[in-house]
Each structure stands twice: as structure tokens, then as C-alpha cells.
Design a protein around this ligand. Structure first.
Ligand code: ADP
Ligand code: MG
Length: 718
């Protein structure tokens, strides 16, 4: 039996890894990155200066500089055994794509010569026809091109038998439209900077580039490779379509605090070492709530670099896991009834002069800057909560959001009691009590806002955690690009509004500025306080309360994705030059297609497994039982048909619902929206019906006949 063989083969631990005492991780830190330090050493001073300025100010690159950089990059890479270079780009699939070219060309003497010119570094031309573009570009005009993103460093990807120089790039069509996830990130970073400068001017902290910062905590499962390969559903859908809950799973909360299993820890050490070589600042690792579930988190970086690094984290975890006989599952809900995986996107913004703009200040002036930016964030989320739901929408994340272990699909903000009471006091012109006594609160006279204020409310999708906001609705499988683009842009819009208000007000003295800020903060609070919720986001009471407050609750991707095509969103992205209407429409098309495509693959897998694995197993048992009953009868014992009847009924149910599902796959919605709704309302519920029959059968069919590794096997064999 596949299951028994898989179990027998599981649990392997490689005999030896690298010797970490001879070469500790610190000694390999950043060794595969073409960093500033490396460039400073290898480039002529003037070239280096120009390049650095370009990166820091987000300015376009001088072509003369490119040749020098390319030459230095090539030498650096070839010294390290690299033979190929690749423009790495980030198509709308959410994956990382790369096309490799050799440095080497034949020369006229029958030999070979290594070449890499500036123009090759700056621009590449992959065949983009095989990437989804949502109608922007027909295949006959397949040419798109990749452009080097100078703000994200080039790096070497090591592989057995060779290494590749990877150049992070943006991917656009010949008409200049964004075909990827990086281009809008870069555009939104620009928009955010522009608007932030206008606000910072009032506090004398403008003048240095304001960038958003992002730190994404990545949750994932590790399961034994042999068990994975015995599950067709995991292989083709990333999640189990069947599987009864084991007697013991996470009810004792004993996994979170337990020691990390040896094989898993060995795998983490190596994965983190590989990431260290890429200069990814991995900081934290721990067990997660579910058995077999873990988390890894880097120290935050500039949004754009963090996004690229996040992609590398996912790639590296998956790659290294296989060396340890493990499979890394990034699906948001691989196992029903067990916690799913998310990606908490910690988000802030700041600059050399302004500091972290979500860090409450030590001075009244610093506090005022903080309050303006924080108010802008509150209004941004209030106004665009549907957009924030849409950018985390996917077939897989739908299983997680709102499942009582992940934030609900209702986008609310947690501020914590202290900060909340400060906003309330300002808005109400009230006096509040502090340690120093009673204060009449205004922006000039603010009680110190505690640095790490409030309880960490884990049930909120968007929580203030002391010096940043944590967007917890992002799925474990998703690129953080989409969420980051949304956050950058909606915040830019509100900073724009705040700046416009302040520009019109009399701010000629610090006192007058304080009064203007106070008025702005109060205005936002009065308008948007419905989005603030500091209680338990998992509770039914909140769902009712949120409805009363008129907060949207877009439960599924089918509900949320159309928001991408809404007028408000189009106007927002157009105004800040982040995405055109056509680019937005194309994104809707691609993401909706992905949603439908994912559900169809699941449904087909469900049908196939039900027919070729579950049904035969159940019938075998049915036959065995029937024969046993006949034998009993033959020797004069009156047999009990109870179990046989149950099995027979379940088999009939299974057959019927599979037949229904086949029928449902034959009918189609007239539009993309209707097609998504068909998946949501008909196909997915029918799959659940099949699952019910299968999972009940699992509780009856003998383990030596049951064809699939069980939840117990997958979650507990370490
Ligand atoms: P927790 O699990 O308690 O939320 P972690 O330490 O696992 O905390 O993760 C917190 C994440 O927030 C880290 O990636 C950290 O670098 C990031 N972070 C901290 N400050 C900022 C900031 N200013 N901007 C963006 N991310 C930040
Ligand atoms: Mg967190």
C-alpha cells in the first residue's frame, strides 16, 4: 500500500551537513550579494558615487555608469564560479521567474570569451508570452522587457553543479505597461515619498527619501516528503482535500512551546545559512500553533528589497527542505481543522531625517508628526478596506481568513488602549489621566505614548504594534508586493490630503501648527473611528457589530476581487501613477482566472482521488464485510449488518456527489464574475460534500486498505 510504504520510508535525517564550527553563518553573511561594500571596492569612485545616488534618490541610471557596473559585476561573479546571469522578475503568478544566459560567447579563434555589457545588465528581453498578462499583450506581440532595479542588489544563486548571477528586474511591455509585481511597488514607493515630504515639511524633517519598510513573518508547514508524494491532492493543489481530524492535534497548545524537532531544526539552520549568504537578515524562528507548523522572520528592510527577499525566503525554504527529506507547504490551509498559515506584513515608513514615522515621538513635535501619519493610516484603511481585502484574495487564503484562527475578512484596526484613549481625548477635547496627573490633551500637550503599547491583539487584521502596523490577512503563499503597493498608495493619498489641509491652514507658529494638526486628527477620528476595533475579532459579536457599523465583510475572493475594477480604486491608482485602469483590469483578469483555475484543479483532483483511491478502498472493505457476513450466516450465526449498511450508504453518497461535481464542472458562468461565483457557490460546497463522505469512510475502512497518509501521519512523523 502506498501509505504503508510512505510511512516506512519517512523520518530520514541526513548524516552530516556542513561544519558550522569551521565556517559559522556570520562568516558567510552577504557573501553572495553584490553589495555596496563590494561595489565601493570594485568601481571607480565617480561611478560608485553616481550609482549610490541613483539608488538612494530613486533616480534613473546613467547609461555610462552601467557599463562600468556590468564589468565589475561580471568579474565579481566569475571569480565565484558563476557562468550564467539571469534577469529575475516577478510575474503576476506571484512566483519568481528567471531566464538564464551564459556570459560566454564563442570568439573568432574557436575559443570563448566572457561578455557582459551595460545594456545587457540594464535591459533584458525574456519571452513574456507564457506569463499571464490579463489581456494587456496578445501573444503575437509577446515582447516585454526586463529593466534592472538598481535599488535591489544583484546576488548569486548557488546550485549543485553551478551558480547564477541574479539581477532583480521590473518586467514591462513595450508600451510601458507593468506586467509584473515589482513595477507597481517601485511606483508606489515614489508616490509615498512625494506625499510624505509635503507632510514632513511642517515638522522640519523633510529632505531625505521616505521609504516604506516591511518585515514579513512567514508561516509554513514541513512534512515528510514520502508522505507528500503519496498524496495527489498535496502535490497538485498544495492542500489536502480529504483527511479526518486526528484524535490529538493542536488542542493542548503543546506545539508552540515545544522544542523544534531535530530534523526540522537542521533544515532551518541550513535554509537560514543560505539566506544569510544572500544578505537576508533572518532573525526569528519558532514553532507555530499547529503540529508541523513553523515561522521564520527577517529584520525589516526597505519595502522593495524586503519584497524581493521575501520571494527568496520562500524559494530557499522549499529548496532546502527537500535536502532533508521534507516538503515545505506554503498553502494557507493545507489541513482542515488545523491552523492555517499566514504572512504577517509589518509595515512602516521613514527616512534618515524623519526616523520611523510610526514611532511615537519623545517631543510634542515628534508626537504631532506621529499623530498625523497615524491618522492618515487610519483613514486610508477606513476608506480602502475593500481594496486591502482584495489584495490578499486567493482561493487558498479564503480557507484561512475568517476561520477563527486567522483575522476575519472584516478589515478593522487595532490601536491598543493607550493610543485609542489619546485619539479619543484629542477628538473629544477631553482631559485624561496620566502618571503625571490630569492633562488636557492637545497635540502640544500629549502624554508620552508608550513605545510598546497595548496588548498584542492577535485577532485583528491590522494592528498597531508599538512602532509599526501589522497587516495579518496576507496569505503565507502570497507575494507581499500587492499588499505593499496597496498600503503605500492608500497612505500616499491620505498624506496628500493631510498635507493639503495643513498647507491651507495657518501654521505660522508652533502653537498654530499644533492647533491645525489637532483639527486634522479630530476630523479623521470623527469620520473614521468605526474602523477601530480593539476587541476579539474572532467573536460572533464582532461580526454583528461590524455589520452595524457598515464595515464591509467580503468573505471570499469572488466577493473581493471585483474591487480591483472599482471606480474608486482606479481613481486612486491613476492619481498616484501606480497602475492605470488597463493595468488594474488586467490584474483582475489574472487573479480571477487564478482563482477559478485553482478551484477547477482541486475539483478535478477531488474527482480523481475519489474514484481511483477512495471508492476502490471502500468497495474492497464492503466486499470483505459482505463476505464475512455471508460466512457467519452459513455457520448459523445471525450477523449484524450495521457497519455494512453504513459503508454502503457512504459509498452511494460518494458516487452521487462525485457525479454532481462532474456535472458542475461542465457548466460555466457567462462572465468572469459569474464563473468565480459558480466556483464559490456550487463547486466548492460540492467538494465539501464529497469530503464529508470520504472523511467518514476514513473512520471505518481498515488502515491497511486506506490508501492515503492520514493527518496523524503527516503532522506527527518528524
Ligand atoms: P511578532 O511575532 O511578535 O509579531 P516578530 O519579531 O516575529 O514579532 O516579527 C516582527 C517583525 O516586524 C520583524 O520582521 C521586524 O523586523 C518587523 N518590524 C519591526 N519594526 C519595523 C518597522 N519599523 N517597519 C517594518 N517592520 C518592522
Ligand atoms: Mg507578528
Amino acid at each position: 500500500m502506498a501509505r504503508q510504504e510512505a510511512i516506512a520510508a519517512s523520518g530520514y535525517l541526513p548524516e552530516s551537513g556542513f561544519d558550522y564550527t569551521i565556517s559559522p553563518t556570520a562568516s558567510v553573511w552577504g557573501e553572495n550579494v553584490f553589495s555596496f561594500a563590494e561595489m565601493a571596492q570594485r568601481l571607480p569612485k565617480a561611478v560608485f558615487k553616481t550609482l549610490k545616488k541613483t539608488v538612494e534618490a530613486g533616480e534613473p541610471l546613467d547609461p555610462i555608469v552601467a557599463d562600468a557596473v556590468a564589468e565589475a559585476m561580471k568579474t565579481w561573479a566569475i571569480d565565484r564560479g558563476v557562468t550564467h546571469y539571469a534577469h529575475v522578475f516577478y510575474p503576476l503568478t506571484g512566483l519568481t521567474a528567471e531566464k538564464h544566459d551564459s556570459f560566454y560567447d564563442p570568439d573568432s579563434n574557436g575559443g570563448t570569451i566572457a561578455q557582459f555589457e551595460g545594456k545587457t545588465l540594464i535591459q533584458g528581453e525574456p519571452d513574456g508570452s507564457s506569463f499571464p498578462n490579463g489581456g494587456i499583450r496578445a501573444t503575437f506581440e509577446a515582447r516585454g522587457y526586463t529593466i534592472w532595479d538598481v535599488t535591489s542588489p544583484a546576488y548569486i544563486m548557488e546550485n549543485p553543479n553551478g551558480a547564477t548571477l541574479c539581477i532583480p528586474t521590473a518586467f514591462v511591455s513595450w508600451t510601458g505597461e507593468a506586467l509584473d509585481k515589482k513595477t507597481p511597488v517601485l511606483r508606489s514607493m515614489q508616490a509615498l515619498n512625494e506625499q510624505a515630504q509635503r507632510v514632513l515639511k511642517f515638522f522640519g524633517t523633510d529632505g531625505s527619501f521616505v521609504s516604506s519598510t516591511a518585515g514579513a513573518e512567514q508561516e509554513y508547514f514541513l512534512i515528510d516528503k514520502n508522505l507528500y508524494f503519496a498524496r495527489q491532492d498535496l502535490m497538485s493543489c498544495g492542500r489536502t482535500l480529504f483527511g479526518a481530524a486526528p484524535a490529538k492535534h493542536q488542542q493542548f497548545d503543546d506545539h508552540y512551546f515545544g522544542a523544534i524537532p531535530e530534523r526540522v531544526l537542521a533544515c532551518m539552520f541550513e535554509a537560514e545559512r543560505e539566506m544569510a549568504k544572500q544578505g537576508i537578515p533572518i532573525k526569528t524562528r519558532h514553532n507555530e500553533v499547529a503540529p508541523g507548523q513553523y515561522e521564520v522572520a527577517p529584520v525589516f528592510e526597505f519595502g522593495n528589497v524586503a519584497t524581493d527577499h521575501q520571494q527568496l525566503i520562500m524559494v530557499t525554504l522549499k529548496k532546502v527542505a527537500e535536502k532533508y527529506g521534507l516538503i515545505c507547504l506554503m498553502h494557507e490551509k493545507p489541513f482542515a481543522g488545523v491552523n492555517g498559515s499566514g504572512k504577517h506584513l509589518n509595515f512602516s515608513l521613514g527616512s534618515a531625517k524623519a526616523g520611523n514615522m510610526f514611532d511615537p515621538g519623545d517631543t510634542p513635535q515628534g508626537n504631532a508628526q506621529f499623530l498625523v501619519v497615524c491618522s492618515a493610516m487610519i483613514k486610508a484603511v477606513f476608506k480602502h478596506s475593500k481594496l486591502l481585502r482584495a489584495v490578499v484574495a486567493s482561493a487558498s487564503n479564503d480557507h484561512r481568513l475568517g476561520a477563527n484562527e486567522a483575522p476575519p475578512a472584516i478589515l478593522s484596526i487595532f490601536l491598543g488602549t493607550e493610543l485609542n484613549s489619546i485619539f479619543e481625548a484629542i477628538a473629544g477635547g477631553k482631559a485624561i489621566k496620566t502618571k503625571k496627573g490630569v492633562m488636557h490633551v492637545g497635540v502640544d500637550v500629549l502624554p508620552p505614548i508608550p513605545k510598546h503599547s497595548g496588548d498584542r491583539n492577535r485577532t485583528s487584521p491590522f494592528a498597531f504594534t508599538g512602532n509599526r502596523f501589522e497587516f495579518r490577512a496576507v496569505g503565507s503563499n502570497q507575494s507581499i508586493a500587492g499588499p505593499l503597493v496597496a498600503l503605500n498608495t492608500i497612505l500616499a493619498e491620505q498624506l496628500d490630503e493631510a498635507a493639503t489641509i495643513l498647507e491651507k491652514a495657518d501654521t505660522s507658529t508652533p502653537k498654530k501648527l499644533g492647533a491645525a494638526v489637532e483639527k486634522y486628527v479630530k476630523g479623521v477620528w470623527d469620520e473614521c473611528k468605526a474602523v477601530i476595533f480593539n476587541g476579539d475579532g474572532y467573536s460572533d459579536a464582532w461580526h454583528k457589530e461590524a455589520e452595524k457599523r457598515g464595515l464591509p465583510n467580503l468573505k471570499t475572493s469572488a466577493d473581493a476581487l471585483p474591487e480591483i475594477k472599482s471606480k474608486e480604486v482606479a481613481a486612486l491608482f491613476k492619481k498616484y501613477k501606480v497602475l492605470s485602469k488597463r493595468e488594474l483590469d488586467s490584474r483582475y483578469e489574472v487573479y480571477a482566472e487564478q482563482y477559478v483555475g485553482a478551484v477547477i484543479v482541486e475539483a478535478k483532483t477531488c474527482i480523481e482521488m475519489a474514484r481511483t483511491q477512495i471508492f476502490p478502498a471502500a468497495v474492497r472493505y464492503q466486499t470483505e464485510l459482505a463476505a464475512a457476513l455471508a460466512n457467519l450466516k452459513a455457520v448459523g450465526v445471525e450477523p449484524d449488518h450495521n457497519t455494512l449498511d453504513i459503508i454502503t450508504e457512504l459509498i452511494a453518497k460518494l458516487q452521487d456527489s462525485v457525479a454532481d461535481l462532474v456535472g458542475l464542472l461542465d457548466s460555466h458562468g457567462k462572465s468572469m464574475e459569474a464563473e468565480c461565483e459558480h466556483m464559490r457557490d456550487a463547486v466548492l460546497p460540492k467538494m465539501l460534500e464529497i469530503r464529508e463522505a470520504v472523511d467518514t469512510l476514513e473512520g471505518y475502512v481498515p488502515t491497511d486498505i486506506w490508501p492515503l497518509p492520514t493527518y496523524q501521519d503527516m503532522l506527527f512523523i518528524k
